[in-house]
Design a protein. Sequence first.
Lengths: 351, 291
Amino acid sequence: MTPEVVSDPVSRVRRPPVYGRHQFLGVAGFIVFASILATVLDSAYNYGLLSSWLTMSILGLGFYLVFGLGGQFAFSQAAFFGLGAYSSAWASRSTSFGWGLLAAIVIGAAVALLFSLLVFRTNQFYFAITTLAFSQIALVVFREFDAFTGSGGEVIGIRKPDAFGYQFNTDVRIVWLLIGAVGVALFLVAMIERSPLRREALAVHAQPTVAATLGMPTGRLRLLMFVLGSSFAAVAGSLQAHRSGFISTEGFSVALAIDIFLILLLGGVSSMWGPIVGAAFVVVAPEKLRFIGNYRGMVYGILLILVIVVFPKGLVGLFETGWNRIRRRQSTDPEILGDSSAPDPSLEVGR
Amino acid sequence: MDRFISLFTIGIAQGAIIAIVALGFLLIYKATGVVNFAQGDLVTLGAYVAVWASTERGWPLGVAYLLAIVVLFVVGIVLERFAYAPLRGRSIHVVVISTLGAALVIRAIILKWMGPTPTRLASPLGFDVITVGKARIPKQNLLIIGLTVISVGGTMLVFNMTQFGRQVRALASDRVTAMLQGIRATRMSMLTFGLSAAMSALAGVLIAPTRAVTVDLGFSVMLYAFAAAILGGMGRLGGVVVAAIAIGLVRQLGSGYINADYAEIYPFILMLVVLAARPEGLFGHDTGSRL
């Protein structure tokens, strides 16, 4: 007598999809949206805002990899932004934009790799401080190492971007170049989102010990996320340098690192769309809302606290919650800045 | 030799200030587990309160110094109430980000209040110097060293000998058990935030006469204090003090004998090298332990 097949009670519950969906659709939607903006807007001022938004988006996407997925508290994103800018300006002096961009990626990735290998074994808080120290070291090197950066860390007359003989020499053309760059960056992140990499990175950062016992290469994953994210920053730096034609150390200070934190946290740390939304806010809000422009530091500080207290998943999280409520669906994303009362294991080993 | 004596005393004095900030930072870390990124801006705020009292109000320097310390004690408690207390039980990431937000707010308040123009804070000893051989040592440096010895010694005594220190250590070693034993964690965390901010104020008024007072005054001190705390392994207070002095010395001697342009980064390079070799710091035993 064969036993009756008992239907598995779990299978009756509709389980959430393994990966988030519609990322590529989202990327396409973003490109369409940005293209419409680029076509509709016309003043140099608006092109400037649009370009800043796109550049900051790349920077924020990189930080999403480092902090959102990799779970690493890093203040070094601004320094890698600077490193990319200076490397690109340096390498393109007697060559072309393409070589500059390549140099930015290679130097950025190499320095990120070396740095994270050097402090590989430190715990999370130590790592945060070492990235702060790294930013300070980078700033001093930018300022003093004249052969690489120019006197006092100021470089002028950086060539405009070009590709295959096409000159991106007007504001509009640069906007199109940046839309392309953000498109590529989003595409890469979407690939990661759809691969096991996202799941594993989140596991490593939520439960490092469990992840390690399950055979996940925890160290290597962290390293990969840090190097990838830092390279994104370097690319953004290169684009920024060639867009504005002028760089100085002021643009790469810790203040920028904190802006980047705000971009990701306000936008939503648990979604790849978070940094895009956050960057839009950080770029547009101080320009359009005079109140925010005048009280920038205060507003940003209070926002930072408000966001993590009231809506830890950021603006994108708010949209999602609203949308899910309409569709009557449970959220599927794991909490990244979770409400869990469990203390962060990596910081509280001694308990 | 004269040059060495001069660099050496400046190095010790700077290290002493770093030690005060690092101890203040460790106090909060041990009692609550919070890494307070607003520590540097508390240093700046302390300096500015003293500047305001002595230049705008014309009060005597001693009063201005005391006022700064008292005001910052209150600010520390307010900080605890607004940036830490609502987040108790949330992940440490969240609390750290909230202290970052608090740092931005404090900085913005200082800018609105005193403006971006650099100011100066007078030293109670003026520009007096002591000559040792040919080296001229500002008396302010000796004042710094003297007050640091007193305050650091006092902190250590309190930490190791009193009921308060015992409770902080208990919270550091096992928060839950300590609370079960009747330690009032809320009151302790308010008190440690207050004390820590007051120590920052002391560091602020001590360092302010040696340089221009700007809104960035405390930031670099905070970074060095972090480095000292890490090099000391966040462990025994003595280790952190030694590390802080070492950082002050490395910075000054490096600037005097290697290349002054890169003076700011020698301590950080030292820290990176040490962490590469010993990820738990020089005197640390167990990474992450708050004992």
